[in-house]
Design a binder for this molecule. Structure first.
Ligand SMILES: [Zn+2]
Length: 149
C-alpha cells in the first residue's frame, strides 16, 4: 500500500511500490537483476534475461538522444482525440532505448534526429494501479515532486 498525491492505493504491488515512491520523489529508476546483473529501463519485476524475480531498483538519469521520430496522423483506437502527435525513439545515455511521446517542451518544428532529450515520467493519478508512460522533453525538464507526507 502506498499513498501518493493524496490518493491511497490498496493494490498490493509490493514489487513495484518502491518504483512509484521514487517517481514521486522526482527520481527515475530502472531495474537490475540480482542474479545475472541484466538491467532494464523501464524497470521489470522479472528479469528478461534469466526470468529471476530477484531485482533491485537503480537510479537512471533519463538522458537520451533522439534516434528517430515520426508524426502519428492516423491514430490507433483511443488516441484519435490527441492526433496528430509525435513519437520518438531515443537512445538512453545509460543504455537501452525508449519509445515515447515527444512532450510539450519541444515545439514540433524543433524536433530533429540527434537532439538531446530528458525522459520524463507521466503518471496517471486517477487510477489505482501504478500506470505510467514517458515523454521526451528538453534537457533539464523535471516532473512533479510530491510534498512530504
Ligand atoms: Zn537476470
Amino acid at each position: 500500500m502506498f499513498q501518493w498525491f493524496g490518493k491511497v492505493s490498496f493494490v498490493p504491488y509490493t514489487k513495484v511500490s518502491d518504483f512509484a515512491r521514487h517517481l514521486k520523489d522526482g527520481r527515475l529508476t530502472g531495474s537490475r537483476c540480482k542474479q545475472c546483473g541484466d538491467t532494464s529501463f523501464p524497470p521489470r519485476a522479472d528479469c528478461g534475461a534469466c526470468m529471476s524475480g530477484d531485482f533491485e531498483l537503480v537510479e537512471r538519469n533519463g538522458k537520451a538522444t533522439l534516434h528517430t521520430f515520426t508524426e502519428i496522423v492516423a491514430a490507433p483506437t483511443g488516441f484519435e482525440d490527441v492526433a496528430p502527435y509525435t513519437v520518438g525513439l531515443a537512445d538512453l545515455e545509460e543504455g537501452g532505448r525508449i519509445l515515447a511521446w515527444i512532450g510539450d517542451t519541444i515545439p514540433k518544428d524543433e524536433v530533429e534526429i540527434g537532439m538531446k532529450l530528458q525522459v520524463v515520467p507521466r503518471i496517471f493519478e486517477e487510477v489505482e494501479e501504478i500506470k505510467v508512460y514517458y515523454s521526451l522533453e528538453k534537457p533539464g525538464t523535471t516532473w512533479g515532486v510530491a510534498p512530504p507526507s
